[in-house]
Design a protein around this ligand. Structure first.
Ligand code: SAH
Length: 262
């Protein structure tokens, strides 16, 4: 069964699989969809409005600028879309006030059968429909977007590339930044001092990568990568991941002391 993703939005055309240049219609998400690993459907919130004017928003009580998305269209759309498939959907509201999207959350969402993403606009949703639907509130970063559509696409891309089979077999998410790193233990004869112990569940940045040519503008590729020694290469890559993480994102590392011997 493919992962099913529903998006509730006032701009469903942005998710149209036939949209030329649509950001999800290229590269890994498009391949994953073609391979039957994921399927997504965008639903227009305007189809669930009552009035003649297909209004999804109104002026805020209490005054002030901007518009607020009304409860009823959002609520009706969620129930109708959920009823179109028996699999339970994880409800997610894109909002700058939500839990920050990170790799761990993306990994968790990639195990679900079905996601339902609600993209807000203007000032966001009437708080009462948020209370009623109790979605998981997710932010893609500490800045404000004009609408939840880009947030939904970012979340979708991050999740889809983690679906088993989405990356070609030479590619793998296992070494990507923010994935959990494995210790390097070498082979049974590898001396203890050459092993690298990474505490369980430690997420590291990726190592640097190089390709042809071997020399470019006087800059060489690290020798170890040309050595053909797979153990040495694996060890070097892990060292680089640790060094980069220490330098750029020490907040990802366990408190010092647990990284014994490194
Ligand atoms: N007044 C709101 C912002 C509304 S922005 C506030 O300050 O909290 C309009 C819509 O864009 C939101 O409803 C949400 O769906 C989306 N959005 C904006 N910033 C976002 C972010 N960082 N992450 C996810 N969605 C975001």
């Amino acid at each position: 069964m493919p992962l099913r993703i529903d998006i509730l939005t006032t701009f469903p055309e942005l998710f149209d699989p036939a949209l030329p240049g649509g950001v999800l219609n290229a590269s890994i998400p498009a391949r994953a969809r073609a391979a039957g690993l994921v399927d997504w459907h965008a639903t227009n919130l305007r189809n669930f409005t009552n009035g003649r004017h297909q209004k999804t928003d109104d002026r805020p009580f209490g005054g002030g600028p901007g518009m607020v998305m009304m409860c009823q269209p959002v609520y009706d759309a969620v129930l109708a879309v959920e009823a179109s498939d028996p699999r339970p959907a994880t409800r997610i509201l894109l909002t700058p006030q939500g839990r920050l999207l990170d790799q761990r959350l993306a990994e968790d969402l990639a195990t679900k059968p079905r996601l339902l993403l609600i993209a807000g606009h203007y000032e966001g949703l009437d708080e009462r429909v948020v209370d009623k639907l109790a979605p998981l509130e997710v932010s893609i970063g500490d800045y404000v977007l004009s609408g939840g559509e880009l947030g939904a696409m970012v979340l979708m891309d991050a999740v889809i590339r983690l679906l088993p089979g989405a990356l070609g077999h030479e590619e793998s998410a296992a070494q990507d930044s923010f994935s959990v790193a494995q210790s390097y233990s070498g082979h049974p004869q590898t001396p203890r001092r050459d092993r690298i112990v990474v505490p369980p569940s430690t997420r590291l940045l990726d190592c640097p990568h190089y390709t042809q040519p071997r020399e470019w503008m006087g800059m060489a590729v690290p020798d170890v990568l040309l050595s053909g020694d797979h153990g040495a290469i694996e060890r070097w890559r892990l060292e680089q991941r640790l060094a980069r993480t220490r330098e750029r994102r020490p907040d990802l590392l366990p408190p010092s002391g647990e990284m014994a011997g490194r």
